[in-house]
Design a protein around this ligand. Structure first.
Ligand code: URP
Ligand code: ZN
Ligand code: ZN
Ligand code: ZN
Length: 471
């Protein structure tokens, strides 16, 4: 006795085909043409696309940052994800500089305990090395991989808070190479940027758009090249997070062409928002768009779309890091005090579909590849997530390519009182969302509502596969 999805078109990263999908318990039991209905509950997917649940590999839920804490906790954040068709998120545990990796892990497991509504995993951000030559922390990396954390994050920005130096980066990369773990890099030259930031502040340039102007795209390109070059020296696989501009993309492609094991994501906001359109420097509420890396000049968007098309960028995530306007107002008179980040997890699939597939920039198969399949494979959970095949978790989205939807803060699940895409009319939305076989969202009958139990989400253990480069 299972649930049979009939009459839909199953879309994978490779192809689209008229197939039925049978879910039994929490798993996919069969995929095939004309599966028998006998004994099963039938869900009619006529006119709908049947896709793997989305995977957003870059969120910051309940994260202390910039003197406050991101506004979505594991409940609101994962419910918002589900409503938008995303059934797995990978969040970040941050090592306290004076603390251990295990302490960070326990802190984040506690944040998620009883609260997560869809499945989630964690990257571990290393901010300091303890012991002779970093031995204690490097040893802890091994323990993390045994727990199922196969990716380590390093920040090359945010001096005095999260930023690491090249020695730490190199040592962590050497260890990651030995473990077949993946190194995630926030690539910006934080030291150079801070010189510019201080100068701007001294000159009274404190409005939000100066945040964007203070962070040169070349500071991202430099750090991107440096991180990949150091990783290449150690043999580690490296994944550049939130790549935002063409100069950084050039650095990525340059190292990819030289055979470095280098991967990258971009985020929805960099594909559709820009300084030109969102941050003309007119009012303080442009603080909505203060995140790091910042919005870029509009001309950077097309090269990023092209990189999604040609495969040099493999993933679209959100860097979901939401703050309310009240929180953003901490920096009303000084962009240095604006908490950095924006709300996006709920709208990732809609934006990528509308501006990617509807406009002909990517195919529906590429949509699945960028938002579901590549994230699962790169992050070591392809055996359970990211594809529709027998034996995998029944994380499935019935996608309605014709559904029309207006993005509005007033109706969103995310905890912010604004949307980065307020009033945008989108064509294409999740109709029904299944997480491990359970229908947790039905946007056709109860739009924007999470139907499952709070706390049902589980931690996903991930394998070390060097970002897919391991043999
Ligand atoms: O502005 C951002 N992106 N905030 C979250 C932290 C980070 O750098 O990803
Ligand atoms: Zn970052
Ligand atoms: Zn070079
Ligand atoms: Zn981030």
């Amino acid at each position: 006795m299972g649930t049979l999805i009939k009459n839909g078109t199953v879309v994978s990263a490779e192809q689209s085909a008229r197939l039925d999908v049978l879910m039994e318990g929490e798993s996919i039991a069969a995929v095939g043409a004309g599966l028998s209905e006998a004994g099963h509950t039938v869900v009619d997917a006529t006119g709908l696309l049947v896709m793997p649940g989305g995977i957003d590999v870059h969120t910051h839920l309940d994260m202390p940052f910039g003197g406050t804490t991101s506004a979505d906790d594991y409940t609101t954040g994962t419910q918002a994800a589900a409503v938008g068709g995303t059934t797995t998120v990978i969040d970040f545990a941050l090592q306290n500089q004076s603390g251990t990796l295990n302490e960070a892990l326990q802190t984040w497991l506690k944040k998620s305990d009883g609260k997560a509504c869809v499945d989630f995993s964690l990257h571990m951000a290393v901010t300091n090395l303890h012991g002779e030559g970093g031995a204690e922390t490097l040893k802890e990396m091994e323990e993390m991989t045994k727990f199922g954390i196969s990716s380590f994050k390093l920040f090359m920005a945010y001096p005095n808070v999260l930023m690491i130096n090249d020695e730490l980066m190199f040592r962590v990369m050497e260890k990651a190479a030995a473990l077949d773990a993946l190194c995630l890099i926030h690539a910006e030259n934080g030291s150079a940027i801070d010189v510019v930031v201080a100068r701007m502040a001294a000159e009274g340039k404190t409005a939000p758009h100066f945040h964007a102007l203070s962070r040169d795209p070349k500071a991202e390109a430099e750090a991107t090249h440096r991180a990949i070059a150091l990783a290449d020296m150690t043999g580690a696989a490296v994944y550049i997070v939130h790549l935002s501009n063409e100069f950084a993309l050039d650095a990525l492609k340059h190292m990819q062409a030289r055979g470095a094991k280098a991967l990258a994501e971009t985020c929805t906001q960099y594909l559709v928002l820009s300084i030109d359109d969102q941050m003309p420097g007119k009012s303080w509420d442009e603080a909505k768009f203060v995140f790091t890396p910042p919005l870029r000049e509009k001309w950077h968007q097309e090269p990023l779309w092209n990189a999604l098309q040609d495969g040099s960028i493999k993933v679209v995530s959100t860097d979901h890091c939401p703050f309310t306007m009240e929180q953003k107002a901490l920096g009303k008179d000084d962009f240095r005090k604006i908490p950095n980040g924006g709300p996006g997890v709920e709208n990732r699939m809609q934006i990528l579909w509308h501006f990617g597939v509807n406009s002909g920039r990517i195919t529906q198969e590429q949509f699945v590849e960028l938002s579901c399949t590549n994230p699962a494979k790169i992050f070591g959970m392809g055996a359970k997530k990211g594809s529709i095949a027998e034996g995998l978790d029944a994380d499935i989205v019935l996608w309605d390519p014709n559904a029309e939807y207006t993005i509005q803060a007033a109706t969103q699940c995310m905890a912010t009182d604004y949307s980065m895409f307020e009033g945008w009319k989108i064509k294409g939305n999740a109709a029904k969302v299944f997480s491990r076989g359970e229908m947790v969202v039905d946007n056709q009958t109860q739009p924007g509502k999470f139907l499952g139990a709070t706390g049902r989400g589980r931690f996903v253990k991930r394998e070390c596969n060097a970002g897919g480069f391991a043999a």
